[in-house]
Ligand binder design. Sequence first.
Ligand code: FAD
Length: 653
Amino acid sequence: MAAELETLRALIDAFRPPSCPVSVDAAARRAHEFLAAFRASGSPRAGILDTSLSLLGLLALAGTDGGRESVRRRLTVMDSSLPPLRDLARLAQRLATVVLYATLDQTGRPAAAQAIGYDVFADRPRGAAPVVPAEPRLPADVVVGPAEPVPGDVYDVVVVGSGAAGSVLAARLAGQGRTVALVESGDYVPERYDAGAPERPRPHDELDNLLRYYKDAGLQITDGDCRMSVLQGQCVGGGSVVNNAVCFRMPEQVRSIWAREFGAAWAVDGRLDAAYDRIARDLRIAPVTTAVPDGWINPSARHLASGARALGRADALRPCEVNIEACLGCGYCNLACAYLRKRTVLQTLLPAAASTGRLRIFAGRRAREIVIRSTAYRAEGVIAEPTRGGGERRVIRGRRVAVAAGAVGSSALLGRTTALNPLALPIGERFSFNFVSPVHAEYETPVRAFDGLQMGHYYLEDLPRDGFVIETWCSPPATQSLSLPGWMDELHENMQRYAYYASASPLVGSTSGSKVDTRHTPERIWIRLDGRDLDRLKHGLERTCELFFASSPPPRRVLIGARKGWSLAPATYRRAIDAIASFDDVQISTAHPQGGNALDPAERGVVRPDFRVRDTRDLYVVDASVFPTSLGVNPQWTIMAVADLAAAHVGGD
Ligand SMILES: Cc1cc2nc3c(=O)[nH]c(=O)nc-3n(C[C@H](O)[C@H](O)[C@H](O)COP(=O)(O)OP(=O)(O)OC[C@H]3O[C@@H](n4cnc5c(N)ncnc54)[C@H](O)[C@@H]3O)c2cc1C
């Protein structure tokens, strides 16, 4: 452990600008604590991170004099090499930079972030004494913690995963009179901040909240065509708790493809729209302009709107619909809504389901595999174990099992269930995702894009032709540092202008050639993208730049890129974007994985149109993993509506 601390110290020293108010020692200690908590979380990726850090110790430090300059030189050589050396160098930069901007001082504030113009919400006038509504807590007897005994009950349905889909399904089943066991690998972490309760995370503590609410503390990375971060929630409520709450219906052209090619008649015959309406009532989905008092919607939108007006396309920039009420505009949506303005499933569907007396939530327990009776492939429950390790495996029995562990997690669970092997199902195939690539427009005067709802507007001209939507956003500084281009000093210089950026991203629905490879532990997400994906992204980047450059007053420059940043001007951006040759040149990430267990009436699908796993009995999949193609828009509303429709099949006689 002493060696790890030394490695962290040297790496942080290499990336830390001398003017940074956070000391190397303080940041290294914070990184060390973060890593210890990450290991204790039971993430199967902890071992990979440990190996990477040991390699960094050997490759970046050994043979140097350990001084700042020699470590910087060594890391820069590694960064100019091929993977895996380059990947290690970038990991070092990400870790060091995030920790520097996220380390809190004795007053509980991120000093490095404040030095670049950020203020935490509690220090803004409307954050000083916010009124926080009462929290609809889940009764203690509904949530069974990982250390508590598992009762021997047989439930009507065991639902694996309590995210957007699993919570809707559990609520609908409980409403139908079914008993439900909801098994969730994450903990039950009530969202409301309570200064008197030290176990509650501080709303602005980026590292702590990553650990509490995210799968692999946000460190899930892909292999294959690009190294991309895949963000997913891991807590009771799943992605619903940490998402931006923007809601889209399925685009028309996606509906017709699903109906025509994948047997999803419900996408076009009115059933899906009826389900959207039911979810909208549960979550009180409304236009952001009514959900958020004026002025607290992400300030980036003002600049994009100005550009859209100048180009005569004002109608194409629209307010999103959101499941938020009376938003305070703290900008912490992705860290869970400590002020309870986001109407997550934890605030709405789960308490309602709990009040029926028919719901039990087994939190902090990972479903290892599904219990399948060998004759007729009938599902009879799941084998679950404490996610953090240390406890016994227990069978949670059910007459039916519905898998809603999210794209990635559901494929992993089905893949681990060796009893299904003889069926040769294409588990993990046809994986797709919506990906984003950040564009930052730097203005002369501060934009303070962090001071408002994280995401509020979208720009959409012609989805069938363009294949992207553009969304405005901003993140708190540590997370935002991951989206800015540059290596070492260049990145920190770019971060100095944090408060001056308006940010937006084209969001592109990928093709479906990727795969979750379930033969490994942890499962590997293998990305395959093609020319269409790159073309759509380039088109989206170009349009985003065009909008920003048309805004009045115009930005000083627009930044895109990855390690190498492009500082773009009106005369250069088209040529620069045209020269993007591969996904290595830009930074992409996803928080919208889809597919892996595609719905399909034909042999090539895992799940039939009634959501039952092909050739099995009493085994269903109901989450984003059943999507046969990506949506190309934010998916939570569709995921919930599809789970609502699936409830009739899962709960049917
Ligand atoms: C940062 C972020 C921002 C986003 N913003 C938006 C947005 O604004 N609008 C939008 O539409 N979408 C958004 N999304 C995406 C949206 O939240 C997800 O698409 C949605 O939550 C997926 O629903 P799901 O039920 O398929 O999976 P999830 O919500 O991911 O739920 C799956 C659950 O299963 C659990 N699990 C996994 N494996 C196991 C196992 N073996 N045993 C037990 N439990 C298991 C996980 O811990 C998780 O809680 C965002 C996502 C993120 C991460």
